[in-house]
Ligand binder design. Structure first.
Ligand SMILES: O=C(O)CCC(=O)C(=O)O
Ligand SMILES: [Fe+2]
Length: 205
């Protein structure tokens, strides 16, 4: 566990949840991070799967973002704020969905949406909270590292000192649930090198 390895005071922290960043670092409650989730071979296999998929530029509020996306399972429409059933999740993702589901103690069938995102160098995702119909959000990072940031959702709590920036490594997995999902916004700073992510989401009951 990264948190234990990085601690310098010699205290045993193995009783703490599957950590994460050094425990000294304040992360929002409900956030989990597993730095080496994928093997190099698993990352390679996922990237090969993704290379077969036709991604399209993301249009958000009339503007074309730098990043490209494709979603499966369900599609959320920002304009009408509705969720519709989408293309079936390709079979090539079955193994990873099962492994992720095991990690968070849910049946794989609870993962209802798979979003693939490509970030060319310099691309970002701006401050947001994921769409309301979704519940737990899982992020898998491929090909390069990024700087993942949190800030309070409540505007009155947003300020210079309120941003928490975390290094998120390629092949890692993060989970947003609880307060990290509902009381915090997240964003990704401009990526230095091409990055892909897989975002897996469950639906609220
Ligand atoms: O690329 C990522 O890890 C974050 C993606 C994200 O926040 C989103 O699609 O809502
Ligand atoms: Fe998000």
């Amino acid at each position: 566990m990264a948190g234990n390895k990085n601690s310098t005071d010699g205290r045993d922290r193995s009783h703490l949840q599957t950590s994460l960043f050094p425990v000294e670092k304040n992360v929002p409650s409900g956030f989990r991070y597993i730095e080496t989730f994928l093997s190099i071979q698993e990352e390679q296999a996922l990237l090969e799967n993704i290379s077969l998929i036709d991604l399209h530029p993301l249009i958000f509020q009339g503007y074309e973002a730098k990043r490209k996306v494709k979603s499966f399972g369900y599609d959320y429409h920002f304009d009408s704020r509705t969720l519709t059933e989408g293309r079936p999740i390709p079979e090539g993702f079955t193994a990873i969905l099962e492994r992720v589901a095991g990690q968070i103690n849910l049946p794989a069938s609870d993962i209802k949406e798979v979003l693939i995102t490509e970030y060319p160098p310099g691309a970002v995702i701006n401050w947001h909270r994921d769409a309301p119909p979704f519940d737990i959000i899982i992020g898998i990072s491929l090909m390069s590292d990024c700087k993942f940031r949190f800030r309070p959702y409540d505007k009155s709590q947003q300020g210079r000192g309120s941003i928490i920036a975390l290094p998120v490594k390629r092949r890692s997995l993060y989970v947003l649930s609880g307060e990290a999902r509902s009381d915090w916004e997240h964003s990704i700073a401009p990526v230095k090198a091409q990055r892909y992510s897989l975002t897996l989401r469950t639906l609220k009951r």
